[in-house]
Design a protein around this ligand. Structure first.
Ligand code: NCD
Length: 304
């Protein structure tokens, strides 16, 4: 049984194949309108979500399939104390594929170990978020024309930001990628990513607190929200939440081709005055997420 829990569950060739498939879906959506006829996606979301859940559901509808949905731990048997393992066994009786988001790191893996249908991790705590990375990669590929040879700035909450961890894992497998890690001291990239991914692969990276100094050299800037829900005390969150705000003034320091990405939701990190800047790609990224989830579900349903 094939699952996608971590972005590393997909080879580089498979990721390139998913990008090609998504581009074909964009070019010929009518050819895909019946591909999942009779199939059911179960979305199990035990943490807040707008984009990820709706894009999975829209993706399944656009493939001609149907959707079963659980939103919020409070409305399902999780509130009665049902384990993730049992939930996965039960949902396997009703659906053909699961997309699951859960506040605990490793929850999607437990679901996959117990399900008899493919499980896609739609975010497990501060750990990883592989389908956001697929959306990011399609966006980068469409905007920059390549996934290698890029200087990538990641800014904000690099400690708790699961989208950052998955994106670094993915881009580290392409040639000649450099990272500029921009965060407050307290929100630096965890050592399991630095020592587990960047150092062993000899990937060049610098760590800095200075966004403005970094901007001129970046091909791409990935902004992130400070992850309020992962903080142990509110005081620390309030002190750190506005560490970086991308404004039109700062954008003047960046090159004319620097793409700005953000997984969204945006709180305060990007001024709305940038939304019409041609370098702002975060709303295109939302749409790309739907196409990549279509490509991924097709791949998993056809493989299993
Ligand atoms: C991200 C997430 O859930 O990790 N959102 C998303 O899926 N687009 C980023 C975030 O919540 O900050």
């Amino acid at each position: 049984m094939r699952h996608v829990i971590d972005i590393l569950d997909l080879s580089v060739e498979e990721i390139d194949g998913l990008i090609a498939a998504a581009r074909d879906i964009i070019a010929r959506p009518e050819a895909y309108a019946e591909r999942c006829r009779g199939k059911k996606l179960a979305t199990l979301f035990f943490e807040p979500s707008t984009r990820t859940r709706l894009s999975f559901e829209a993706a399944m509808y656009e493939l001609g399939g149907n959707v079963l949905s659980v939103t919020g731990a409070g409305t399902s048997s999780a509130a009665k104390g049902e384990s993730v393992a049992d939930t996965a066994k039960v949902v396997s009786c009703y659906a053909d594929i699961i997309a699951m988001r859960h506040p605990k790191e490793g929850a999607a893996k437990v679901a996959a170990d117990n399900a008899s249908i493919p499980v896609i991790n739609a975010g497990d705590g501060g750990h990883c978020h592989p389908t956001q990375t697929l959306a990011d990669l399609l966006t980068i590929s469409r905007e920059k024309g390549r996934l290698g040879g890029l200087t990538v700035g990641l800014c904000g909450d690099l400690k708790f930001g699961r989208t950052v961890h998955s994106l670094i894992n993915a881009l580290s497998r392409y040639e000649d990628v450099k990272f500029v890690l921009i965060s407050p001291e307290e929100l630096k990239l965890p050592s399991y990513v630095k020592d587990g991914v960047l150092k062993p692969r000899g990937i060049p990276y610098v760590q800095t607190t200075d966004l403005e100094a970094a901007l001129p050299e970046l091909d791409l800037l990935y902004m992130t929200r400070v992850q309020k829900e992962r903080f142990f005390n509110e005081e620390d969150y309030l002190r750190l939440k506005d560490s970086y705000i991308l404004t039109p003034d700062k954008m003047r320091l960046a090159g004319p081709d620097m793409s700005v990405l953000h997984p969204l939701p945006r709180v305060n990190e990007i001024s709305v005055a940038i939304d019409n800047d041609p370098r702002a790609c975060y709303f295109k990224q939302v749409l790309n997420g739907k196409y990549m989830r279509m490509a991924l579900m097709l791949m998993l349903l056809e493989a299993n």
